[in-house]
Design a protein around this ligand. Sequence first.
Ligand code: ADP
Ligand code: 5GP
Length: 212
Amino acid sequence: MRYDRAGVAGVIEADRPGSKPHRIVVLSGPSGSGKSTIVNRLIELAPVKLVKAVSATTRRPRAGEKDGEDYYFLSPAEFERKRETGEFLEYAEVFGSGSWYGTLKGELQRAQRSGAWALLEIDVQGARHVAQAYPETVTIFLTAANDRDYEQRLRRRGTETEEALQRRLTIAREELAAADFYRHRVVNDDLDRAVREIAQILIARENELNAG
Ligand code: ADP
Ligand code: 5GP
């Protein structure tokens, strides 16, 4: 596959003058910070009307992951086709592993049509693109309480080879250094507390939007 390692493909349809502001929340954080766990909790808790924007990826499913729920698992050729037909809001090669990930415009439209927030769990490159396209995006960067936790949690999760785990830890350090543009930082030391903190951020923003 030959294209840039990250890209942005434009904005979504309903971006007409006078259209309602987009309700987009982006959650990023190093591998092992707890993003997927928190996304699942938030969807269950639904502090505001919330839809998970399911990303497309070329990485293989982990045990228990479901196509269309965790990701749309695509072959490199299928991913390339969607990129060429402009179906991605943004896409990136994450972890330098040859795996591609991308946010589908259709997922944002699905949320927008139902008046819900679109919840994007994407990396720092993707978040930067989305925040540029939609400056009102609520950006949240999740961290563990200390650097050792990422490795411990990834080892406990047991989904990565040693090589992939080391690559994720190296990228974690780079992501931590590049995360200064996020509006909010949340420390996931205590899961319940972190979920509550994010819920409160969303409720506060929803109230502002409704008042304005
Ligand atoms: P990410 O999606 O950011 O890579 P996961 O949500 O898969 O991270 O979490 C990595 C591992 O850490 C999982 O096994 C998860 O159960 C665990 N975990 C998540 N949050 C916490 C927490 N606050 N304390 C301890 N373990 C956690
Ligand atoms: P994982 O392989 O652990 O599910 O996810 C790896 C990384 O890819 C995470 O940092 C996650 O946030 C990121 N990611 C998942 N989907 C997307 C996407 O659509 N776009 C971008 N840019 N990153 C994504």
